[in-house]
Design a protein around this ligand. Structure first.
Ligand code: TXA
Ligand code: MG
Length: 322
């Protein structure tokens, strides 16, 4: 828990090169000193994450940004508008960031989180902290301390409990290597429209073709990720007749509460279909479905843009075949 004594203890552990499960407003992270290659290797080991999937560096103050990365005007404008918050910027890296963090790329992903407890911890350590989501590689991201313990409890000694995550899906990642050609690598709670509003230009989404053809691509951006263990199928719309025809061993997940079907195999993300509520509960519900031992899960897409894009991105990845 986030008592001053615990925070001081965790700050010392981080300074000594240990890894700590930390709450953020998006999902829980597994943090370590971003300037310490050995600490960062511990993160990869605990997660079972391949070395070619780079980490996000978390900072407490804007003063730290030029210490870890080389910001351009577009980056500063976005940082000004959305930090602290669920936005990650990919920029040319400073040499102080070890190659393990960036997986050998010349860039680094940086974000200033808004969760008050994590901010206090960042301030106390006075270090940039590298932190991927605190889940075993490939599984659904954790949105509570209990999720972190369930996934990594045997691998890590410390988890700071900051309650359930307010946003529930990972940060929006914007590639700003070339500030004239910004690109959204992963949709999140900061929407494309918000980013375009600040940059006053069109922003592309997805990997560029040149990146796809490059040997070094981030597996975190590969299609299958965030996957429940239950085989998943994505639907544009789920009709009650389809549920009646299917065996009871199959689960159904709606964005909003369905009016005409009921049962232990029927799930919804938000009672009224509010997208913020739906994003918040998404990973928790996927874990509940896994715990229910269903033979298959059917997922219904969110409608609209903005946060719907982030939710649909995660649903699509959950349903993607390897
Ligand atoms: O909300 C979040 O971003 C959470 C919390 C803990 O901050 N973190 C998170 O980290 O989602 P992770 O490691 O699960 O996802 C980071 C993504 C990966 O897909 C990785 O490929 C990408 O960021 N990434 C990291 N550095 C990159 C770089 N230099 N260039 C392109 N992509 C990068
Ligand atoms: Mg992750």
């Amino acid at each position: 828990r986030g008592t001053p004594r615990n925070l001081a203890r965790l700050a010392r552990a981080l300074q000594a090169g240990e890894v700590v499960g930390v709450p953020t407003e998006t999902v829980y992270g597994l943090a370590g000193n971003a300037l310490d290659a050995a600490a960062c290797r511990r993160i990869f080991r605990a997660k079972g994450r391949p070395a070619n999937d780079p980490l996000i560096v978390h900072i407490h103050s804007l003063r730290q940004l030029p210490e870890v990365a080389q910001p351009n005007e577009a980056a500063l404008a976005l940082a000004q508008a959305f930090w602290p918050g669920p936005l990650t910027l990919v920029l040319p890296k400073q040499p102080i960031i070890p190659d393990v963090v960036s997986s050998g790329l010349p860039t680094v992903a940086v974000r200033m989180p808004s969760h008050p407890l994590f901010r206090r911890l960042l301030k106390q350590t006075a270090l940039p902290l590298a932190a991927p989501s605190a889940n075993p590689f490939g599984y659904v991201s954790p949105t509570s301390a209990a999720h972190v313990v369930a996934g990594l409890g045997t691998k890590i000694r410390h988890v700071l409990d900051g309650g359930p995550c307010r946003i529930g899906v990972e940060s929006t990642i914007v590639d700003l290597r070339d500030p004239r050609r910004p690109r959204i690598l992963r949709p999140g709670a900061i929407t494309r429209a918000q980013i375009e509003g600040v940059l006053r230009r069109r922003v592309a989404a997805g990997k560029s073709r040149s990146d796809e053809h490059r040997a070094q691509v981030s597996p975190g951006l590969l299609t299958r990720h965030y996957s429940p263990r239950t085989p998943a199928v994505l639907h544009e719309e789920i009709r009650p007749a389809a549920i009646q025809r299917a065996p009871k061993s199959e689960a159904w997940v709606f964005i909003t509460r369905p009016t005409d079907v009921r049962g232990k195999n029927i799930f919804w993300l938000d009672p009224r279909g509010d997208l913020r509520g739906a994003a918040r509960r998404l990973f928790h519900v996927l874990r509940e479905v896994d715990a229910g031992g269903f033979t298959r899960v059917h997922l219904e897409r969110a409608r609209g843009d903005g946060l719907a894009e982030a939710i649909n991105d995660r649903l699509q990845r959950a349903a993607a075949r390897a």
